[in-house]
Design a binder for this molecule. Structure first.
Ligand code: NAD
Ligand code: UGA
Length: 487
């Protein structure tokens, strides 16, 4: 029978979602054993490291949560099969990146990792189980998962009936950098399931898990397709707001309006609200672009080209914004950055995370490298290895997908020649012709900007891609400062 109460949970995928989400479930539910498994041995070793600074995911407060629950009822392991066998409820929390090959290349979500999980569960499970989609998935994926699970291999030596499975959708809404806060105090938890008896039992079991710390009125239960689609929709709406304000930032620059003042003026209308109206060099992160492209792909698949075009524009505008920022740097530096030292403050896609996936910094750097700039990067949490991996991945990815004749593929040796990563921000900034602020890390505001000015080449330019610095103060010191959407 599908369990109506669980005491043993497994999660496949120990990444930015699986790790923090399960750590909080384990912290809040000491009576439930939670095992997070991954095929990446290094990742699991890092989650088990006694030095909490080595956790593979940097999130404020996560180290304390892990310290409290790990080895009590929270375990990290590479033994995927055993975790599946023992658990009554299995979360699938693996990556679902945009496809880089074949049908749907560049648009559709690549579901091969999810499919592999479903096949493995089908092969290993001997008892009835609840399978929870935690990864972000296209609407109707539960149908495919169910088909794979129900076709679980025959067990010729076993006289017991094939196990039954109930599939739930439980998308995750945490944002990186605030994951622990978001998980402790979510606006809502969304659970979608089937309307039959098994579906209801499974939904109740998951509601009971969250009810250990989330008020019941914030736990929403829906039909499974609504839940799957709501996740893509939520990300599309959030990204749309950023692209809307970024579109207006271009107009602000032409007209002398200030985008922050415009955002404040419209955001105080309670119908619009103030959140997600911060103009920037462009949104990054592993999900906004991928989820919108997936939505666009789905709309085209269902023959809704007008709807697809509408959402695709959100991503196009974001590409335009990153390009606009890079072009502003080149134009301002007298039409070439060749041989000039450009210091990058920040590489992560937002503050308080070490995640760099789809970070605007990667695209801006690439565009400046095309013109042979010398880039010096400082980020408080991102490693040198990661930065080079990001730039090299983009070269391969672009050569597969981009037909722009302006961009050439850069050799890894050339990238290593032109890019230097620093552990000390003042070293990165020294002797630079210009500074580009790519991430809104709080520490950047507190720097000694007079000292930085004195050590720079003149005229000393600052391109504040996050509008975080004190413009008046920097101007007084002598900087030429340009922001996003500042006339
Ligand atoms: P991630 O890449 O950080 O982690 C995924 C992990 O799954 C990796 O460690 C990988 O090794 C592991 N994995 C892949 N296939 C496996 C298999 N067959 N068996 C065991 N382990 C396997 O990805 P993430 O950022 O945690 O995202 C996971 C999902 O959650 C995605 O669908 C994403 O869209 C969604 N999501 C992410 C966020 C976020 O903030 N990152 C927020 C909400 C939702
Ligand atoms: C986003 C959503 O906020 C989460 O709800 C969702 O769960 C997650 O995607 C996901 O599905 O992965 P995340 O990408 O971690 O979370 O971070 P956000 O705070 O949404 O920021 C995304 C990007 O938008 C960042 O580059 C950020 O700097 C940028 N941003 C955000 C702006 O440029 N302006 C804003 O006003 C807000």
């Amino acid at each position: 029978m599908i369990p109506s109460k669980v005491t043993n949970i497994a999660c496949i995928g120990a990444g930015y979602v699986g790790g923090p989400t399960m750590a909080v479930i384990a912290q809040k539910c000491p009576h439930i054993k939670v095992t997070v498994v991954d095929i990446n041995e290094q990742r699991i070793a890092d989650w088990n490291d006694t030095d909490l600074d080595k956790l593979p995911v940097y999130e404020p407060g996560l180290d304390q949560v892990v310290a409290e629950a790990r080895d009590r009822n929270l375990f990290f392991s590479t033994d995927v099969e055993n975790a599946i066998r023992e658990a009554q409820m299995i979360f699938i929390s693996v990556n679902t990146p945009t496809k880089t090959y074949g049908v749907g290349k560049g648009m559709a979500a690549d579901l091969k990792y999810v499919e592999l999980c479903a096949r493995q569960i089908a092969e290993v499970a001997t008892e009835d189980k609840i399978v929870v989609e935690k990864s972000t998935l296209p609407v109707r994926t539960a149908q495919s998962i169910r088909t794979i699970l129900d076709a679980s291999p025959a067990r010729p030596l076993s006289s017991s009936p094939a196990p039954r499975f109930s599939v739930l959708s439980n998308p995750e809404f945490l944002a990186e950098g605030t994951a622990v806060k978001d998980l402790h105090n979510p606006d809502r938890v969304l659970i979608g399931g089937d309307e039959d008896e098994d579906g209801q039992r499974a939904m109740n079991a998951l509601v009971e898990v969250y009810a250990n710390w989330v008020p019941r009125e914030r736990i929403l239960t829906t039909r499974i397709w609504s839940s799957e689609l709501s996740k893509l929709t939520a990300n599309a709406f959030l990204a749309q707001r950023i692209s809307s304000i970024n579109a207006l930032s271009a107009l602000c620059e032409q007209t002398g309006a200030d985008v922050d003042e415009v955002a404040h003026a419209i955001g105080t209308d309670s119908r619009i609200g103030p959140k997600f109206l911060k103009s920037s060099v462009g949104f990054g992160g592993s999900c906004f672009q991928k989820d919108i492209l997936n939505l666009v792909y789905l709309c085209r698949h269902f023959n809704l080209p007008e709807v697809a075009d509408y959402w695709e524009q959100v991503v196009k505008l974001n590409d335009y914004q990153k390009h606009r920022f890079a072009k502003q740097i080149i134009d301002t530096l007298f039409n070439t950055v060749s041989g000039k030292k450009i210091a990058f403050l920040g590489w992560a896609f937002k503050k308080d995370t070490n995640d760099t996936r789809e970070s605007a910094a990667i695209y801006v750097a690439d565009e400046l490298l095309q013109d042979r700039a010398e880039i010096h990067v400082y980020d408080p949490k991102v490693t040198e290895e990661r930065i080079f991996a990001d730039l090299e991945y983009l070269q391969q990815h672009r050569s597969n997908s981009c037909n722009s004749s302006e961009f050439v593929q850069l050799d890894p040796a050339l990238i290593r020649n032109l890019v230097t990563v620093h552990n000390d921000p003042y070293e990165a900034l020294k002797d630079s012709h210009a500074i580009a602020v790519l991430t809104e890390w709080d520490e950047f505001r507190a720097y000694d900007w007079q000292k930085i000015y004195d050590a720079m080449r003149k005229p000393a330019f600052v391109f504040d891609g996050r509008n975080i610095l004190n413009r008046e103060e920097l101007k007084r010191i002598g900087f030429e400062i340009k922001g996003i959407g500042k006339g």
